[in-house]
Design a protein around this ligand. Structure first.
Ligand code: SF4
Length: 331
């Protein structure tokens, strides 16, 4: 009989975000430096079998919601057979993926069969600003792939990080984009995970400021119900096909109903995005650890899960100001 996974704050943990690689073909300045980071060597990266084992053990503890992240998941060679095996054998009740949609063009039909929803990271609705933010010239491919996904019947959610002085002029065009497109655009507060600077420098565009800015232009904005465990505050402009949302990722107003854990590309279990303390699952797995012991290890780590993202940040050995790159944690 499956014993559900709870933390010491009484929160049921049923959502696992798996980062399948730390590599990415874009260089978003708020995520990693232009030169990139020292990417993991193949031997230090979870293999597909090891990833599948961790998901299987988690599935046995009632973790039924999986999100595939990265880096850029489609930058990992051989990813499609793994995704199909997860869907087929583990039957998650919710299965989704976060991608920058630059490499997804060849997989649209397969992706449509695999995932209910695809989250596309896109921070600008302008080719030049896209280039300025990502330092790559893939804007047209991303837009074309978003439309291809929608045409294939996939629910598309666009994640746009709001960056002071970089893309705030895209906020209103993004909302306007939801007028005639059944798309969900979620504005995300910037977080300090870029491997080079501390949190004091990040954008002052918090969720309140973003909403006020939108309501300044769109007078009939309706607030929509937010399911438990969801991080995005949802809205819809009256008469528009699509919706927009705001994720207070740095304000961390949603931690009370946090239901998630993360597995990094090198097999570390992270119980909070803001914590640096992870539990290494890869070494014991390679030393032949049994599933039952792996399950105990995950339960123990989850029992130590921080109350919220502030507690996790404060627990960082004397508040290390430099945060690692999001591509090593897995967003
Ligand atoms: S900041 Fe940490 S505790 Fe809060 S929702 Fe994110 S992962 Fe959960």
């Amino acid at each position: 009989m499956e014993k559900p996974l709870f933390d010491s704050h009484g929160r049921r943990i049923n959502y696992l975000r798996l980062a399948v690689t730390d590599r990415c073909n874009l260089r978003c300045f708020y995520c990693m430096p232009e030169k990139g980071i020292s990417f993991l060597e193949r031997k230090d990266l979870l293999s597909f079998d090891e990833m599948f084992r961790i998901l299987k053990v988690a599935r046995g503890m009632g973790v039924d919601k999986f999100r595939i992240t990265g880096g850029e998941p489609f930058a990992r060679k051989g990813i499609m057979p793994f995704l199909k095996k997860v869907k087929q054998d583990l039957k998650p009740t919710a299965f989704s993926i976060t991608t920058n949609a630059t490499l997804i063009g060849n997989y649209i039909e397969e992706v449509a069969r695999l995932f209910q929803a695809v989250n596309v990271s896109l921070d600008a609705l302008d080719k030049e600003r896209f280039f300025e933010i990502t330092r790559r010239d893939d804007y047209d491919a991303v837009i074309a792939n978003i439309h291809a996904l929608l045409d294939a019947g996939v629910q598309v959610k666009v994640n746009a990080v709001v960056l002071s002085g970089k893309n705030t002029e895209d906020i209103l065009p993004f909302v306007e984009w939801t007028k005639n497109l059944p798309i969900e655009v979620r504005f995300i507060e910037e977080m300090p995970f870029n491997g080079t600077r501390d949190s004091k420098e990040i954008s002052d565009w918090n969720y309140k400021k973003i909403l006020e800015h939108i309501q300044g232009e769109f007078k009939e904005v309706e607030a929509l119900p937010v399911p438990s465990g969801a991080t995005s505050l949802m809205y819809q402009v009256k008469g528009f096909q699509g919706k927009f949302g705001i994720i207070p990722a740095f304000s961390r107003t949603f931690c009370g109903s946090c239901n998630r854990i993360r597995i990094t590309p090198k097999g570390e279990l992270r119980t909070c995005l803001y914590s640096t303390k992870g539990t290494d699952l890869l070494t014991p797995i390679r030393k032949g650890m049994e599933d039952a012991s792996l399950e105990e290890m995950i339960r123990d780590a989850v029992m130590k899960k921080e109350k919220d993202g502030f507690a996790a940040a404060a627990a960082r050995d004397g508040f290390i100001p430099i945060y690692e790159s999001m591509t090593t944690i897995g967003g």
